[in-house]
Every structure is written in structure tokens, then in C-alpha cells.
Write a protein that binds this ligand. Structure first.
Ligand code: ZN
Length: 363
């Protein structure tokens, strides 16, 4: 008989029923106030079998369907055509060479992946921002410039399931250490402070992260934050004073959104738009970005009623002497017609790095 489990970092699944050649499963919504769509599981003893997977709690498939891996190192999208929409199901025929496999809503990214990536960058300073509620180290990476004239803050995983944000951060680190003139400007003057996993417990434990009980990490920027990482981050950036030049918080949008866009807080919007224009012109990756897609404050879900005024980017824009602070939403699997993967996500991240350099050079 085959076995399904979630006992690895980022794993998330509940098994309702197992048959000879099918299984009924659903995403684990513990710790979450509202329905969400993240899941990620392992299946073993599948050699040569064909198995049908039924999801019993809503449509949990994004624009490119299911993500598949044999070893959690390389992932591939199986495509929307693989999904039976009516049944919320998909089938998979395992070859005789596969006995263990992983399936996921999106390309996972956990501490293991970060450590592997950082092996290429021994010069990245590794600090610990704080210890999480479940006793994990919350990483604080520093790319230290020669003169430390200004500091840039980059954050991800305020919502634990929004994995693609970390591939952007990898691309930004690639850019910072590159050899071109805009990278060299950063190396000379600009420190980058990166918090890759704000909700570290959520990332490792495979939680949705979005709409956590009682509120999620990106609704914790209040007078009395409840999470150790947000408290520690506020304390850290409070020491930066006028060196703190800008911050970007990386997110992934709703399940099947297919464009990259900047979420504007109501403060310092003019500068957000100057940066957006630079990003639009600088971006040479295959993934399109247009300033026209920016989401102004007060439009769509970006408003006080949805709690955006308690978000990281809003809080920083309001309370710190930065030029600007904003969020970037980066989709899980498709941007226009392009299919998103690790490589083109890093490429887009690379051009975010370049745009930050160009922005600071023009102020
Ligand atoms: Zn988010």
C-alpha cells in the first residue's frame, strides 16, 4: 500500500481516505481563520502505480496545476490540463523508477533551500534576528557594503505559504554580488538586510500563514506585536535612523493571479512610482512588469478594512524616514503567458536588485 505524509519541512496535508488506486486528501487549515489553498505532501511505495488524488476542500490548483518532484530538489509543473476541475482531482502514473515522489501547490522553499543557496555566497553575513515561538532561528542576512551609507530592508514570508518570494531574494543577492557597475555601486555604499522567513515556524511547519489565528504576521505591525520576529524587526530598524533608505516586502498574490504588481501604501507614493518606472524600464527578464499594474492604497483589497494599515510596508512607510516602502506581489506559476519557475523568478529578482541600485543613484 502507498503511504502519504507531510513529515518534512513545508509539508501540509490531511488524508481522509485511502483506496487501492485513489486517495482523498485536503489542505491543513489549522492555525488559519479562513479557507486557503497551500498543500505539499510526500507519497511512497508507488512504483508502477497509477493513483488518483481527490482534494475534498475546494479548488486548490493554481494556473499551472500541480507541482511535482522526485526528490524536492527539482520541481516541474504538471500543467492545468492534468486537473479534473469538476472533481478537484488529478491522476499520476508513476514509472517503475519512481517509488517516492512529492506533490505541491507551488514550488516549496524552506530553510534547507536557503542554506544550499548561501553556500555560493560565503560573504553574506548571517545573523539571527530572533528566536521564533517554536524555538527556531529567524535568519537575518546582511550584504555589507564598504561604506554602509544606506540600508535597504528586504523581507519575505510574512505569509508562510508564499514561497516564490524567496527566489526573488536569491536573484537580488545574485545581483548585489555581480560585477557590473550598478552592483559595484551597491557593494560600495548600500547594505542590504534580508529577513527571508518572517514566519519561520509557518514556513517549516507548512502552515498557510495567511489569515493566521488571531492575525497573521503581516497584520502584526501594531502598538503591541504578538510575534517575536515582528517585534525584533521593529527594534532592529529603529536603530537605523536616516540610513534606512527603502524597504520592500515580498508576497505572492491569490491562487491564480497572473501578474507581478507593486502594492502602494498611502505614504510616499511618488517615490514608489519612480521606483516602479525604473523597474519597468530596467527589467529585461521574460516576466513582464508594468507600473500600470500597481495597486494604489484604497483600491481592491489594499485598504484599512482589510488590515493593510497593520502591514509591514505600510508601517515602515508611515513611521520611518525611508524614501519609500512597498510590497511586491509575485505570482505562483504564471505571469502573462510565461510559466514561472525558479530560474526566471531569480532573473526577475536580479532586475529588482538592479532597479534598487538605479533608484538610489538617482536620488
Ligand atoms: Zn502575502
Amino acid at each position: 500500500m502507498f503511504i502519504i505524509d507531510k513529515d518534512f519541512p513545508g509539508g501540509n496535508i490531511i488524508v481522509d481516505e485511502i483506496g487501492e488506486d485513489f486517495v482523498k486528501i485536503r489542505q491543513d487549515l489549522s492555525f488559519t481563520r479562513e479557507w486557503w489553498f497551500y498543500w505539499c505532501f510526500r507519497i511512497r511505495n508507488v512504483r508502477g502505480k497509477k493513483i488518483k488524488f481527490y482534494f475534498t476542500d475546494g479548488n486548490v490548483f493554481g494556473s499551472m496545476g500541480v507541482c511535482f518532484s522526485r526528490n524536492r530538489k527539482k520541481w516541474k509543473w504538471l500543467g492545468r490540463e492534468n486537473i479534473n476541475k469538476k472533481e478537484n482531482s488529478f491522476s499520476y502514473k508513476f514509472s517503475d523508477f519512481i517509488n517516492t515522489a512529492y506533490f505541491s501547490f507551488c514550488i516549496p522553499y524552506v530553510e534547507y533551500d536557503l542554506k544550499k543557496f548561501l553556500k555560493k555566497f560565503p560573504k553574506v553575513e548571517r545573523r539571527i534576528l530572533t528566536i521564533s515561538e517554536n524555538r527556531r532561528e529567524v535568519e537575518h542576512l546582511i550584504l555589507k557594503s564598504g561604506k554602509s551609507k544606506f540600508k535597504v530592508l528586504l523581507t519575505a514570508r510574512h505569509h508562510a505559504c508564499e514561497t516564490m518570494a524567496n527566489f526573488l531574494l536569491e536573484g537580488i543577492i545574485n545581483f548585489w554580488f555581480d560585477k557590473n557597475i550598478d552592483s559595484k555601486f551597491l557593494q560600495k555604499y548600500i547594505d542590504f538586510h534580508i529577513i527571508p522567513f518572517i514566519d519561520k515556524d509557518g514556513v517549516e511547519e507548512g502552515r498557510q500563514g495567511k489569515n493566521s489565528i488571531p492575525h497573521d504576521h503581516n497584520r502584526d505591525y501594531t502598538e503591541s506585536p504578538i510575534y517575536s520576529s515582528t517585534r525584533a524587526l521593529i527594534k532592529e530598524i529603529s536603530k537605523w535612523n536616516k540610513k534606512f533608505i527603502l524597504s520592500i516586502d515580498f508576497h505572492c498574490p491569490y491562487i491564480d493571479e497572473e501578474k507581478i504588481y507593486i502594492v502602494e501604501p498611502p505614504f510616499k507614493v511618488k517615490e514608489v512610482r519612480i521606483f516602479s518606472q525604473i523597474l519597468e524600464e530596467t527589467n529585461k527578464s521574460k516576466l513582464k512588469f508594468s507600473i500600470k499594474d500597481n495597486l494604489p492604497f484604497g483600491k481592491g483589497w489594499n485598504n484599512k478594512e482589510e488590515g493593510e494599515d497593520k502591514s509591514c510596508s505600510y508601517y515602515i512607510a508611515k513611521n520611518f524616514p525611508t524614501k519609500f516602502s512597498c510590497s511586491i506581489e509575485f505570482p505562483y506559476s504564471k505571469c502573462g503567458k510565461e510559466i514561472i519557475n525558479e530560474k526566471n523568478s531569480r532573473e526577475f529578482g536580479y532586475y529588482i536588485g538592479k532597479s534598487i541600485s538605479k533608484y538610489i543613484q538617482q536620488i
